[in-house]
Design a binder for this molecule. Structure first.
Ligand code: NAD
Length: 475
């Protein structure tokens, strides 16, 4: 097969390597450039994978502690932090090594270095080892991702103030930790550090943790997490940080403007992420950048016709699975296929214990945008499976269109919510109606049944959850 041309992908995260592999599969002469030794990006080296490994360890600790309910008693855990770190790093090395291997098998040329444009079709790569390399390309796909954001006034030069990368390195478990930002990273890493014996305080600027998710779901997560944390402050800000040599003194300001000072051994900044668009030499191209985000059309094409961009760099939810799907669209569009990125639902998961997952329309967004919907809930207390695994504090809810009974959104909280959300995403994408979910036979006893039963609640005939007639689903 004659190659359609030469493509260079800059950035080897889940967006970049998915793009490179798809391009190679479609016959493109493909080069992938990344600063690390192997592909993987933030997700594998400093994000999703190491954090999920640590969250798994956290869950094991929780299970052991709570096994007493079943009459099983373990001795208090002894945690060998060096071994925990080695194990977590081993998971990362296995996966990134496998991606390097996949590059070789697909004949994708992998270059460790930093690429920048000289012209829209030529690049220089400052290689990790060796002289700078000139590359020419028919097409370039930008997938350089994002980095942790810092609050400008709080950017002090102190090793005691960490971002998520430093926190995941797990150099030490400080006795106390202040987390600025009660979003996904704040809660995930907060629960890891708390489980490993650190007293964690969280300061969140908005009125609630995990803004974006429905409050009834968030409340169930907080109910379990709050006792693990020292303090959770919402509608509060950190206005100053000072490294005292022994710790960090933070000035906290509450909603009423009252200030107080507290000292912590470490601080974690988890207030979102910023796109990496600055050092690419984009000024040598006609790519448009707005507030750091590269602008693209629905095929992921920038204003420079042979340059494409995907992932965190282009805005929207900063999620690996969104980037990987954009990668496919970009490469197929580049190959002349009639595709575009127009998902109806991009699932979001917070991997705390319990997990929280949602997709499509939320109840909150429906209220804000005045979108009519019916909401049905199935509490996991009524699920046999949830009872057998000691996880009755969960909830499954469906957001349904009153007009045609289509599934518009789904929300889940509980063990394994991140796995189960895919059924809801499929339902939304396939245009399923609530009756479809009610009539699909789900295995018993499983947590997935709660999706079927929530659908049955809609019709008032869930076998395990009695809804009095006067409490028919809300409109
Ligand atoms: P986030 O946007 O999820 O949360 C940041 C939080 O910080 C928000 O609640 C925000 O209100 C708060 N905040 C902002 N400024 C603040 C201030 N000055 N003081 C106090 N609070 C402030 O961002 P994150 O948790 O840093 O995560 C970054 C990105 O990485 C997100 O896009 C997230 O989706 C992604 N991520 C995803 C996962 C996952 O899918 N499980 C895990 C980690 C990170």
């Amino acid at each position: 097969m004659e190659s359609p041309g030469r493509v260079v992908v800059i950035g080897g995260g889940p967006g970049g390597y998915a793009a490179a592999f798809r391009a190679a599969d479609l016959g493109w002469n493909t080069t992938l450039v990344d600063t690390e030794k192997n592909p993987g990006g933030v997700c594998l080296y400093r994000g999703c994978i190491p954090s999920k490994a640590l969250l798994h360890a956290t869950q094991v600790l929780w299970e052991a502690r709570h096994a007493t309910t079943m009459g099983i008693r373990f001795a208090p855990p002894e945690i060998d932090f060096a071994q925990l770190r080695t194990w977590k790093n081993g998971v990362v090395e296995r996966l990134t090594g496998a991606l390097g291997d996949l590059c070789r098998r697909r004949q994708v040329t992998f270059i460790q270095g930093r690429a920048r444009f000289e012209t829209p079709t030529s690049l220089v790569v400052d290689r990790h080892d060796g002289e700078p390399l000139q590359l020419s390309a028919d097409h370039v796909i930008l997938a350089t991702g994002s980095r942790p954001a810092w609050i400008p006034g709080l950017q002090i030069d102190s090793p005691r103030v960490m971002d998520s990368t430093a926190a995941l390195a797990l150099e030490e478990i400080p006795p106390t930790l202040l987390i600025i930002g009660g979003g996904v990273i704040g809660l995930e890493l907060g629960s890891v550090y708390a489980a490993l014996g650190c007293r964690v305080s969280i300061v969140e600027m908005t009125p609630g943790l995990l803004p974006g998710a429905d409050r009834d779901l968030v409340r169930m997560v907080i109910k379990r997490l709050q006792p693990q944390f020292q303090e959770v402050l919402v509608q509060a800000r950190v206005v100053a940080l000072v490294d005292t040599g022994e710790g960090v003194r933070a000035t906290l300001e509450d909603a009423q403007g009252q200030r107080r000072e507290e000292s912590y051994h470490r601080v974690l900044m988890a207030v979102g992420r910023r796109p990496n668009s600055e050092e690419l030499g984009l000024e040598k191209t006609t790519v448009e950048v707005v507030r750091g985000f590269v602008q693209v059309d629905s095929q992921m094409r920038t204003r420079n016709p042979n340059i494409w961009a995907i992932g965190d760099l282009v805005g929207g939810p900063m999620l690996a699975h969104k980037a990987a799907h954009e990668a496919r669209v970009a490469v197929e569009a580049m190959s002349g296929k009639n595709v575009s990125f127009e998902p109806n639902a991009i699932p979001a998961v917070c991997y705390t214990d319990p997990e929280l997952a949602w997709a499509g329309l939320t109840e909150t967004a429906a209220a804000e945008k005045n979108i009519p919907c019916k909401v049905v809930r199935f509490p996991w207390g009524a699920s046999g499976r949830a009872q057998t695994i000691e996880q009755p504090d969960g909830l499954t809810k469906l957001i349904v269109s009153p007009e045609d009974e289509r599934i518009l959104g789904i929300g889940l909280v509980g063990r394994g919510a991140g796995e189960m959300i895919a059924e809801g995403v499929l339902a939304i994408e396939m245009g399923a109606v609530v009756q479809d979910l009610a009539e699909v036979i789900h295995p018993h006893p499983t947590l997935s049944e709660t999706i079927m039963e929530a659908a049955e609640v809609f019709f008032g005939h869930s076998p395990h959850y009695f809804v009095p007639k006067r409490n028919k689903p809300s409109t």
